[in-house]
Write a protein that binds this ligand. Sequence first.
Ligand code: SF4
Ligand code: SF4
Length: 340
Amino acid sequence: MKNNMGIITNIQKFASNDGPGIRTTVFLKGCRLNCKWCHNPEGVRHFPEVFHFWPNCINCGNCRSVCPADAMSEVRKTPTYPDQRGWKGKIGSKIITINKEKCLNCFQCVAVCDFDSLIVSGRFVTVEEVIREVEQDIPFYDESGGGLTLSGGEPTAQPEFTLALFRAAKEKGINTALDTCGHQSWEILENILDYTDYVLYDLKHMDRGEHIAFTGVSNDLILQNLEKIILRDDVTTYIRLPLLPGVNDTEKNIRATGQYIQSLGLKTVYLLPAHPFAGQSYRLVGIDYPFPIGESYPEEKAGIAKSILESYGLDVKMWIAWVEDKTSDKSSLKTVKEIN
Ligand code: SF4
Ligand code: SF4
């Protein structure tokens, strides 16, 4: 792939949770970690791929008949949990499933589906294309202190593209934020940081073994990189701490995290309790999700975590997402509130 090309899943405008001010967030596809709770499961693999959006499927079989890899030959049942978008009529019905091991990503199935039930996630774009879209909102960035955020997936998994995007943004006077897990070589990260204003840095677990168990990699490199990033005067770092039930929300881990952040001299932490929608994304794209689906993280428990972190002198901002109306047929998917 050329240096000025990359693969993205989405560009989200007017994002308000991905760094200061109003931002445009570009989601790059591909990640080196394999977090069990990943909120963007469609962004993990490094190539365009097809997903089956079961609510639209009428099980006509057209896709199966053209599949050269026999990757769509099995059936599964639609989820039985109450749905929020008025797809109740389809709950429990049989639908096709895609065997990702067999799939060749030829997209012949997509071409014959008349019901928008097969979706390709991931598209190749040039730096110029992305920047053209991002610069449309410069007035909003200027007004709010916002800019461009690269998220994912993991933006540093496409280092040349990320670097080129940030360089181009800087040439237009747009500030830049990198939403990263930090699992990348320091040499690569350092180059990107030369064009980065804000780093949104995920701390997933302080225990090395647990980190490996839940993400597939150790936290050694991640912690080492963070300790180097904070030495840079030209970059502002915000820690983001996802709160996952039974994974990293024990008092022991929250204390260890608070102590560590305090020892680095950092002040602001964003606490992100697991939201109830991630599981639905997994179901929609046909991937197993190991946590309860549709349940909000208990506010009381989140409040305790916040208090523990504050006891280490940290300024904790918490984002909670919950289902506004579980029975509504309208597309009121989520509401997010900030508790300061
Ligand atoms: S995914 Fe599309 S083509 Fe395949 S069975 Fe469903 S509606 Fe038919
Ligand atoms: S992308 Fe190609 S190989 Fe994969 S399920 Fe569709 S038709 Fe089959």
